[in-house]
Write a protein that binds this ligand. Structure first.
Ligand SMILES: [Zn+2]
Length: 175
């Protein structure tokens, strides 16, 4: 079924049936991610598999995407390739999260139900940088490196020295 990824289903049934969902999700269908994107073109592809491991409900999420972000230096769109492969424990509360084995991420499930869309969106959000910037060595990075240094040399002395310069003038007049 093409829309398998959008349905919220009971974690228990997903895990008991060891469901596997191959998905292609348009990024425009990921509302929390959308606000970070320069453009909602593109899609996330991959596979989600559910299983039980040591009593915990676990989702194995493999996802690939190339979301377009906005460089926070030059404000141009940049593609941010994401390839992630995670084991996510589906937990009902914080106490359960504390008992999760090392190496597993945790995802807090609401009302015992989860959708592949929710899980994929979470993975992508985790993979995105807080402040996206063009790569080091790009034209954007080089121009800001030199520009930034010039600004440092120029700006502070004006503010800091003006009061003393005026004081100097006053002292000279008094003598
Ligand atoms: Zn840039």
């Amino acid at each position: 079924m093409p829309d398998d990824w959008s349905r919220r289903e009971l974690v228990d049934s997903l895990v008991s049936a060891e469901r596997r969902v191959d998905f292609v999700i348009p990024l425009a269908q990921l509302p929390r991610l959308k606000s970070s994107l320069a453009s909602s073109d593109g899609e996330a592809r991959g596979r989600a598999s559910f299983r039980r491991s040591l009593g915990a409900a676990v989702a194995d999420i493999q996802v690939q995407a190339g979301p377009m972000l906005t460089c926070q230096r030059c404000l141009q769109p940049i593609e941010w390739p994401v390839t992630s492969d995670s084991q996510v424990a589906l937990v009902a509360d914080a106490a359960e999260a504390d008992r999760v084995a090392d190496g597993l991420e945790t995802y807090l499930v609401e009302n015992d139900r989860v959708s592949v869309r929710d899980l994929v969106e979470e993975e992508l959000l985790l993979a995105l940088p807080l402040v996206p910037k063009c790569a080091a060595g790009s034209e954007c990075a080089r121009s800001v490196e030199s520009g930034g240094r010039r600004e440092l040399d120029r700006d502070p002395p004006i503010d800091v020295q003006t009061p003393f310069a005026q004081l100097g003038e006053l002292l000279k007049r008094d003598q």
